[in-house]
Design a protein around this ligand. Structure first.
Ligand SMILES: [Zn+2]
Length: 153
């Protein structure tokens, strides 16, 4: 393998983000490590809107595995304040659309870092969900139990 060349055994052929990692599709790269690439969103929600992706293909957050999940979040933590500083933003939203029903359009995990500015007319990340459920204390207890059971806690 050529040093620095992407490992094509861990790529998905028809994935736009894998093609960006491979250099087959251009992107405005702002940060790169062995495991992670960050580039400007082609359809930005704000100045400096950046996507942080694992270089190897993973569709869902749960597919990342511990090492890659750490690498991606390390990059997000490092980049978010730098991006804010670069575009003189007051804050940022950080989020991942995980799955089609959540609005994931490219089936390759990507964290959005969206710089925010005082008075930009945007909303908090709470605005992404639809109708809020009205859950009683008992229902909240039951949901907590279900999730704890599912995570083996
Ligand atoms: Zn991919």
């Amino acid at each position: 393998m050529i040093p620095g060349a992407p490992d094509r055994t861990r790529m998905s052929d028809d994935c736009i983000f894998c093609s960006i990692v491979a250099g087959d599709i251009p992107a405005r790269t702002v940060y790169e490590t062995d495991d992670v690439l960050a580039f400007l969103d082609a359809n930005p929600l704000a100045r400096g809107h950046t996507l942080v992706i694992p270089k190897s293909h993973a569709r869902h957050v749960g597919d990342l595995g511990s090492e890659l999940a750490s690498a991606v979040f390390d990059a997000v933590a490092e980049l978010t304040p730098r991006i804010q500083e670069a575009v003189d933003a007051d804050a940022a939203n950080v989020g991942i659309n995980d799955g089609e029903a959540a609005g994931q359009e490219i089936p390759h995990v990507h964290a959005h870092v969206v710089p925010r500015f005082e008075g930009d007319g945007g909303s908090p990340i709470h605005a992404v969900a639809g109708r809020r459920p009205d859950l009683s204390d008992e229902e909240l207890d039951a949901v907590a139990d279900e999730i704890a059971d599912a995570t083996g806690a």
